[in-house]
Design a binder for this molecule. Structure first.
Ligand code: ZN
Length: 304
């Protein structure tokens, strides 16, 4: 084949291969978008899985990805408020601006927890006024999330609407099968008291039936002070807390101290679905890490 012919062949083949460009702010959402989109989409993620998604550098390379995006899926609830608006403006991509079909605020798809009743003040720390944005940690939320993404993909790529719907249904079936296994594994530990670093495990706790009794952060976004750590230790001992749970990206120093002095186990897990892995595998890993750390015979909640 001569060069001109090869070029022509490539050009003719290109439209069929063009994938819908999806940009997700975090890998949790990116992995779910990949489920909804299947082979029809190419998913890229702005925050790396090892990176605290509250704080992401608005690097120029991220703008480039956004400028080509057909669909942006983001957490909402002010999670990305410190960095996403700037990137969006710089992308000059009308398809993904707020209000456009290519902009999906995923918080609109779930039931939020911890919506503050009182007026937010700066002194309260980095509180999210729309509620707790860490909703991807309850796998039951993956159902409306993938369905919503499939619907939005259908809006930006109507020719493949049926495929997106099928992808979502297939994912939902796989998830439901997994859910029963995870819930059976967690059932003996309902009522367990837990301490977490940031308020990022509230949805997981609600799902697993854990009681969150303290947080290593004195206020959301603030590192633990000596005084606060001492207070957390008192709570850990008084409530016989067996588990301190936190994302890899937070320092383990203060949590290790609390765990050592109270007899709790410190469990550090990837904060987001690792790149190239699936959401279901990630939840598998979370459930395994948490249940492995808990004492086999947790006393029933009523006994305490
Ligand atoms: Zn947060």
């Amino acid at each position: 084949m001569n060069h001109a012919l090869l070029l022509l062949t490539c050009l003719l083949a290109a439209p069929a291969l063009a994938k819908v460009q999806v940009v997700a702010t975090i890998t949790d959402l990116g992995s779910l978008a990949a489920e909804a989109g299947g082979d029809l989409v190419e998913v890229t993620t702005l925050a790396r899985s090892t990176q605290d998604p509250h704080f992401v550098d608005a690097r120029h390379s991220l703008v480039l990805g956004l400028s080509k995006a057909d669909l942006l899926v983001h957490v909402g609830m002010e999670m990305e408020t410190g960095w996403l608006p700037t990137l969006l403006t710089s992308s000059r991509n009308g398809r993904i601006q707020v209000g456009a079909p290519g902009n999906l605020n995923c918080a609109t798809l779930i039931q939020p927890l911890e919506v503050p009743a009182e007026k937010i003040e700066r002194a309260m720390g980095d509180i999210h006024p729309g509620g707790n944005p860490h909703y991807t940690k309850d796998p039951r939320n993956a159902v409306p999330l993938v369905r919503g993404m499939a619907a939005r993909l259908a809006a930006v790529d109507p020719d493949h609407a049926a495929t997106y719907q099928q992808n979502a249904a297939r994912f939902e079936a796989r998830l439901r099968e997994k859910l029963s296994g995870w819930e059976a594994a967690l059932r003996p530990f309902r009522g367990t008291t837990v301490i977490t670093f940031h308020r990022s495990w509230s949805y997981l706790s609600a799902w697993a039936g854990f009681e969150q009794v303290a947080f290593m952060e004195p206020k959301p976004g603030l590192p633990p002070s000596a005084q606060h750590v001492a207070q957390v230790l008192i709570t850990a001992r008084a409530r016989k807390v067996p588990l301190v749970l936190q994302e890899d990206w937070y320092s383990a120093q203060a949590s290790e101290l609390v765990a050592q002095k109270s007899g709790a186990r410190l469990v550090r897990v990837p904060g987001m679905v690792p790149e190239g892995q699936g959401y279901l595998d990630y939840v598998d890993r979370l459930v395994a890490a948490v249940t492995a750390a808990l004492p086999a015979a947790a006393p029933p909640a009523a006994a305490r």
